[in-house]
Design a protein around this ligand. Structure first.
Ligand SMILES: Cc1cc2nc3c(=O)[nH]c(=O)nc-3n(C[C@H](O)[C@H](O)[C@H](O)COP(=O)(O)OP(=O)(O)OC[C@H]3O[C@@H](n4cnc5c(N)ncnc54)[C@H](O)[C@@H]3O)c2cc1C
Length: 477
């Protein structure tokens, strides 16, 4: 009998695992159960959809799901019967498994404020395609919006709504924006950049309550002030969806605890993506979710008995038109390190580099800095920084040091990561070119580069142009 693999969650991790399994030979029956009524979509691109830069069909994930994979949408798993090796669904079915994979993601946190239970019509969290539809419906004909939460997603939502012509105010309880990625100085520059784009900020003040009716929303603040608007977007963080695992008696801390092979405390059950906690850490990003999906596929297909999930350093980028922001590593940590900063508030520019043992351990680059590609590569590969660091800090050449030595495709080493989300390096793109892929789209289809957050699409296009114009030179490693 073929092995029965059941995947709970048809989001970014679950759909990738299904595609990875489908691409591998073997006799197995894969069933994917997704609570949302949609085909798997690129959740990351909801910010871009909200900003009106793409349409709904553009967010659908291109994962091939066909022969050997049974996808059921709008079906939620309500319980796991570990003794019987079955999951129970909300449509009354019981589905047997030999191996179960939990890819249940996270849920938006709705703060316990008076006025939010039940959620009023004009108050919407920002996590799912349906949330995005509701925000867009409420924004139609609206003149103003409030966003509660000045983290990455809150700012993306705020920028998107401002781009649609709404008067937007972000309310954030901490004294500076994006405090997980930025230091106060960078946060201050970002406030000015946002103001120039029509987004106001209220920092260091907590919300105390919400009142909403057919005419609008009022957000009450702890300093006694109240803000009124046509809609309120909640962006107060996410919480891993661990309820099923906990009810089934699996070990759950902040997330579902997994080992290096993504196995939970029950060897017949794995967990991947936002719901999984590996080595004490939750990820909340797509690159680790997809890397974990590949590990589970390799384990289940028996490809590589030694395969292990190894976390990689992550780079956070804000996807908001008019704001260039990349943050990575321990940029806000005060531990011992060589520290370089440059601030030019008038031009919306801030840069901070932290260097230890000649390697970047963290960086914040806000505003136009041509060295951003180089900084990301040096950080990603743990490569030594140039002797003259000013080129990285300011993005300009000093003396013989090029500002962007690795930004030119010809000079990029083969090992340089081009697509962080899918972990695709330049060498992989060059070898696909040599195998016949001739355009950026073909390179993307062959390697998946550019199919995550989309931030590397220009780089993939640049590499395709360079390959088209020159016989690839032997790159350095
Ligand atoms: C607006 C936005 C922008 C983002 N931008 C970025 C970015 O730029 N870069 C980045 O790396 N990450 C970004 N993220 C985070 C990224 O989307 C997540 O890390 C990624 O989606 C995690 O994938 P997942 O499959 O674990 O979870 P999800 O994509 O959330 O999928 C989980 C799925 O499981 C389903 N499910 C849950 N419980 C059950 C059940 N009992 N039965 C059946 N189905 C169930 C859910 O309905 C959901 O469809 C962003 C997120 C949002 C919301």
């Amino acid at each position: 009998m073929s092995e029965r693999i059941v995947i709970v969650g048809y989001g970014m991790a679950g759909s990738r695992l299904a595609a990875e399994l489908q691409a591998r030979a073997g006799d197995r029956k894969v069933t994917v159960l997704g609570a949302e009524p949609h085909h798997a979509y690129n959740r990351i691109m909801l910010s871009t959809l909200l900003a009106g830069k793409i349409d709904e069909p553009d967010v659908e994930l291109a994962e091939v799901v066909g022969h050997g994979v049974d996808v059921r949408t709008a079906v939620a798993v309500t319980a796991i019967d570990r003794a019987a090796g079955e999951v129970c669904t909300d449509d009354g079915d019981r589905i047997g498994y030999d191996h179960l994979v939990l890819a249940t993601g996270s849920r938006a946190i709705v703060p316990p404020l008076p006025g939010l239970d039940p959620l009023p019509e004009r108050v919407v969290p920002f996590r799912t395609l349906d949330d995005c539809r509701r925000i867009l419906a409420a924004a139609r004909g609206a003149r103003s919006a409030l966003v509660l939460g000045g983290g990455l997603l809150g700012l993306e939502a705020a920028r998107g709504l401002a781009a649609r012509g709404l008067d937007v105010t972000v309310v954030h309880p901490i004294g500076h924006l994006m405090e997980r990625q930025l230091d106060p100085a960078a946060g201050a520059v970002l406030v000015d950049t946002l103001a120039g784009l029509g987004v106001r900020t209220r920092l260091g003040v907590t919300a105390t309550g919400v009142a909403a009716d057919a005419d609008g929303v009022r957000l009450d603040l702890a300093d006694g002030d109240s803000l009124a608007a046509d809609l309120l977007v909640l962006s107060c963080g996410v919480r891993p969806d661990t309820a099923l695992a906990a009810a089934a008696g699996l070990t759950v801390e902040r997330g579902i605890v997994v080992d290096d092979r993504m196995r939970t405390s029950d060897r017949r059950i794995s967990a991947i993506g936002d719901c999984a906690q590996h080595d004490g850490t939750l990820t909340g990003l797509v690159a680790p979710a997809w890397a974990q999906a590949r590990v589970v596929a390799q384990v289940l297909a028996g490809d590589d008995p030694l395969v292990r999930y190894r976390p990689r350093p992550m780079v956070t980028r804000l996807k908001a038109a008019g704001i260039d922001l990349a943050a990575m590593g321990d940029a806000t940590d005060g531990g011992p390190a060589e520290e370089l900063t440059f601030t030019d508030p008038a031009r919306g520019t801030y840069a901070r580099l932290r260097i230890r043992d000649e390697r970047l351990t963290g960086a914040i680059l806000l505003g136009d800095n041509p060295a951003v590609g180089t900084v990301v590569q040096l950080f990603d590969r743990g490569a030594p920084v140039p002797v003259d660091r000013r080129s990285l800090l300011l993005g300009r050449a000093f003396g013989a040091v090029s500002a962007t030595p690795a930004a030119s495709p010809a000079l990029m080493p083969d090992a340089a990561t081009v697509c962080q989300c899918n972990d695709v390096n330049k060498g992989a793109l060059v070898s696909c070119w040599r195998s016949g892929a001739r355009t950026a789209d073909e390179l993307s289809a062959a390697t998946r580069a550019g199919t995550g957050c989309g931030g590397c699409r220009d780089a993939v296009a640049g590499i395709a142009d360079w390959l088209a114009g020159a016989e690839p030179v032997e790159a350095t490693r």
